[in-house]
Design a protein around this ligand. Structure first.
Ligand code: URA
Length: 185
């Protein structure tokens, strides 16, 4: 990924960010793209949006030791602008590889960019947040991006209701348990 030249973002970013957390987790959070603090540290969700996400994870009984965090786009777009469609297409193979390696049972999709990139380009986060859809055995859980909650705090109650739905499924399926994959010799 450090050598990637598939889109122009490599020329403005500092550190590409593959992801953070536990790769053995069955739960993968997917955001949009690294922000300023993530670009400087190479760690996912360490800026202001990360503080909201930490609260959300705590509500779900999750943390960075039992969940995995990553983004659709691995390099920070200048001024945190929304990544273009062609940048997303160029970067999506990394997320596909991450998905194939981890095989998560649940993907919590943070915001419109992640939900559109992963569920359907016509997906509306306003209309369908909080509704779990199953695709090829993976539970897709769309909700607002933590930055959207920071911009509009009235979204917080709604987002927490989404999380309550996801929590029920996490509890029912015991998704906090970490099972290590041991290859047969
Ligand atoms: N916003 C995102 O979508 N991802 C991060 O890693 C940080 C902020």
């Amino acid at each position: 990924m450090r050598e990637c030249r598939r889109c122009p973002l490599f020329s403005t970013r500092k550190i590409p960010l593959l992801g953070s957390g536990n790769i053995h987790s069955k739960i993968m959070f997917v955001g949009e793209a690294p922000g300023e603090k993530e670009d400087e540290s190479g760690v996912a969700f360490v800026g202001p949006a990360g503080k909201v996400l930490d609260e959300e994870m705590a509500f779900l009984g999750l943390n960075r030791d039992n969940a995995y965090l990553c983004n659709v786009i691995k390099c920070r777009p200048p001024y945190n602008r929304t990544p273009s469609r062609s940048e997303q297409e160029a970067c999506l193979p990394f997320l596909r590889w991450q998905f194939l390696l981890m095989r998560p049972r649940m993907m919590i999709l943070l915001g419109s960019v992640a939900s559109k990139a992963i569920i359907d380009p016509h997906f509306s986060i306003m209309a369908a947040h909080g509704k779990i859809v199953e695709r090829k055995g993976v539970l897709m859980c769309p909700t607002f991006h933590p930055s959207a909650i920071l911009r509009d705090p009235t979204k917080k109650d709604v987002a927490w209701r989404d999380l309550a739905t996801f929590k029920e499924t996490i509890d029912k399926e015991k998704l906090r348990e970490i099972r290590f994959f041991v290859p047969t010799p």
